[in-house]
Structures are given as C-alpha cells and as structure tokens.
Design a protein around this ligand. Structure first.
Ligand code: UDP
Length: 143
C-alpha cells in the first residue's frame, strides 16, 4: 500500500455543530495524519471552482450556497491508502445509506448537508490538495 494524501473539508454544517475535534479524532484513530489545515469562509467563486465537476447537476447552486453559508475547515490528510481509508470513515454521500459509525451516519443531516468532503481518487486528491495548499504549507510528518 502506498502513502497517499487526500483532501478533507469539514463543511459548514459540521463546523456549526462544533465537532471539528470529534472529526479530527476519527482521522487520527484511522491512522490519517493532518499535514496542513486552514479554516476559511469560501467565496462563491472558490466554491464554484472547487465543485466545477458538478456544474451541470441540478443540485449545483444549492451545493454552492451551502458551502458558503459559514466557515469550513480544510485539511490535507496523509497515510497508507489515505484516499480510500478517508472515504471509508466518511461513509456514503447520503447519510441514510452510510454505514453505522461513519462520520456521515453519525453527524450528517441529509445528502445536501453531509458534514464532510473527501477526494474520491488519487488524481483528484492531488488536484484538490493543490487547490487549497501550496507546497510550502504541506508539512512532513516523519518524526
Ligand atoms: N450533493 C447534493 N445532492 C445530491 C448529490 C450530492 O447536494 O443529490 C452534494 C453533497 O454535498 C455531496 C456533493 O454534492 O457531498 C458532491 O457530490 P458527490 O456525488 O461527489 O459526493 P461525495 O463525493 O461528496 O460523497
């Protein structure tokens, strides 16, 4: 298994619920290390650019409105098989379909407001990490 990096976003609903620490604990228990992190309030332009792949989908405008409704916590996570491992602990997009004990099963209210984002493949993970973080902001966790 390879060491990978993936992008995580704790979305405005979960930030509002004050569960950043709870979600970070789950990353750490899963063997994922935070190698960069930032809180920010996305602009409409940033949210549209980040989710550009969905721009033709019917939910696009609502998704962008939701993502700019409050601050988000963005982090790059590193670990063995990090992309798939992170998706596993997030759970399915629709919390009603998510496995018990996953972040979305435990904390998401709906398919629209579903607490967290995670890159879905190694290639998109690289693009998404680079969307938010420059090379100087990614820390080596070798100690
Ligand atoms: N989404 C939505 N309605 C839908 C499907 C998706 O609002 O019917 C939102 C939801 O916030 C989801 C995001 O769009 O997390 C991206 O969708 P994707 O299918 O990529 O799911 P994810 O990779 O986040 O599980």
């Amino acid at each position: 298994m390879a060491v990978e990096r993936t992008l995580s976003i704790i979305k405005p609903d979960a930030v509002a619920k004050n569960i950043i620490g709870e979600i970070y604990s789950r990353f750490e228990r899963a063997g994922l290390k935070i190698v960069a992190a930032r809180m920010l309030h996305l602009s409409r332009e940033q949210a549209e650019a980040f989710y550009a792949v969905h721009k033709e989908r019917p939910f696009f405008k609502d998704l962008v409105d939701f993502m700019i409704s409050g601050p988000v916590m963005v982090q790059a996570l590193e670990g063995e098989n990090a992309v798939a491992r992170h998706r596993e602990i997030m759970g399915a997009t629709d919390p009603k379909q998510a496995e018990p004990g996953t972040i979305r099963a435990d904390f998401a209210d709906s398919i629209d407001e579903n607490a967290v984002h995670g890159s879905d493949a190694v290639e998109t993970a690289t693009q998404e990490v680079n969307f938010f973080f420059g090379p100087d902001e990614l820390c080596a966790r070798t100690r």
